[in-house]
Design a binder for this molecule. Structure first.
Ligand SMILES: *Cc1c(COP(=O)(O)O)cnc(C)c1O
Length: 430
């Protein structure tokens, strides 16, 4: 499969080049040239297919021929070595738990898939790359874990000092090997700005192949379409009209769901559930797309003022506003509403949701008011103990720490402190 740049000023790239570059030379996001729907026989037979088989059929067209089928099967199988259960709250609402991976965030799927693709491309030691990533918390852990030990891939994670949770800091600073953590004296925006500067700095890019591991990278973005299929497999016999409510920040996840729909997955509608960072909610109301600096909320992985993947969503709908609006609704909720929802979910269903999932739940409730005969699935994008302070304060009950979290808590943090872009550059060039 070839990919074109959405800025349309760069040559098309193979899957391999798109993954290694991350962003096209014209700074556009890559998008697949064609999307071929899967045959009816695939959907008719989905109950008999394993997760690996479903994912393999879905992703094959996007990566072949550069990764041979047998290798791809192994990559998919290793990526998906945990469960994706749907838990029913009531007749109209379920949640799809995406937190059973090693760092307990949905980003594990994309990070593990991308790491294995890069590892394959470097199998002859000819394509050494440095993955540079800024994190406000969850991305860093998932990338660190996913890329640990991958040959020929050096990972450098920038995180804002004292602004990630203890658990998140441990997840990204304790692994060693090819994973280096830089503790930045500044905010997440400062980290992100340093990464962006690095990608544009020729004195760096002429010395090393830099790539990104956030959802702009096609190998991290596309595998996210798998779990919409896994949910469908679990639900399609019980419910006709399935709607997904996706807690959204950079809109990579909901955009991946739309790609699953392009492959033929019968999804009735999408809801992009936002916190107060609501540029898309406002766009769907007013048709005006105006970005804003992000504001801090308790669902901090969605504190994004200018969602990087929205341009891919526009591409799917050929920039036709009405077509997009028919398929996507968006709602925005305050921290107060989110906390009330966490308590409501706990009291009514004895279920502990994290703040991001709770925003998704509120999106379902809003949608069901207008479309009561649908079944709405909200994505639980992280395990509640990753946001322990908020969760325990709201539901007033201590939460047991799962094994994945406990196992990092006792390890020793190793991070290098930096303050300026020059510090980053010196670190990368040494
Ligand atoms: C990254 C993240 C999101 C947002 O996903 P996008 O693909 O950026 O829209 C939501 N919830 C959690 C817990 C996350 O880590």
């Amino acid at each position: 499969m070839n990919y074109y740049s959405l800025n349309k000023k760069a040559p098309n790239a193979s899957f391999k080049d798109a993954v290694i570059k991350g962003l096209a030379p014209d700074k556009g996001l890559y998008f697949p040239e064609t999307i071929t729907t899967l045959p009816k026989s695939f959907w008719d037979n989905i109950d008999n297919l394993s997760h690996t088989e479903i994912a393999f059929e879905a992703i094959k067209q996007f990566v072949s021929p550069e990764i041979p089928e047998a290798t791809l099967k192994t990559i998919v199988e290793e990526t998906l070595s945990f469960d994706f259960p749907v838990v029913k709250l009531n007749d109209n609402i379920s949640t799809l738990e995406l937190f059973h991976g090693p760092t307990m965030a949905f980003k594990d799927v994309g990070a593990r898939f991308m790491a294995r693709c890069l590892g394959y491309f470097n199998k002859d030691n000819t394509n050494e790359v440095t993955v540079l990533v800024a994190t406000s918390g969850d991305t860093g852990g998932a990338v660190a874990n996913g890329f640990l030990g991958v040959k020929g891939v050096n990972v450098v994670i920038l995180y804002p000092s004292e602004k990630v949770s203890d658990i998140q800091e441990k997840q990204l600073t304790t692994l060693g090997q090819n994973i280096k953590a830089l503790e930045v004296n500044g905010t997440f925006d400062d980290c992100q700005a340093m990464v962006k500067t690095a990608f544009l700095d020729e004195s760096l890019t002429s010395n090393m192949q830099l790539t990104s591991a956030n959802s702009i990278n096609v190998a991290r973005w596309l595998p996210q379409l798998f779990y919409f299929m896994f949910a469908y497999k679990q639900l399609h016999k019980k419910y006709n009209d399935i709607v997904f409510s996706v807690p959204s920040g950079n809109f990579g996840n909901v955009c991946a769901g739309m790609m699953a729909q392009q492959l033929g997955l019968p999804i009735k509608h999408f809801i992009a559930s936002n916190n107060e960072n609501n540029v898309v909610t406002r766009y769907l109301q007013t048709q005006l797309y105006s970005t804003k600096p992000s504001v801090q909320t308790i669902s901090n992985a969605m504190d994004v003022g200018d969602p990087s993947n929205f341009i891919r969503i526009q591409e799917i709908y050929k920039n036709k506003f009405e077509a997009l609006k028919d398929n996507l609704s968006s709602y925005s909720f305050s921290d107060g509403e989110t906390k009330a929802a966490m308590l409501e979910i706990y009291n009514n269903y004895n279920y502990v949701a994290d703040p991001h999932g709770a925003v998704g739940y509120l999106g379902c409730k809003a949608h069901l008011k207008d479309s009561p005969n649908t079944h709405c699935v909200f994505l639980e994008t992280a395990h509640p103990t990753k946001f322990l302070d908020v969760v325990e304060t709201v539901i007033k009950e201590e939460q047991p720490l799962p094994e994945q979290i406990q196992s990092v808590m006792g390890k020793e943090k190793v991070a290098i402190k930096i303050s300026t872009y020059e510090d980053l550059k010196i670190f990368l060039l040494k």
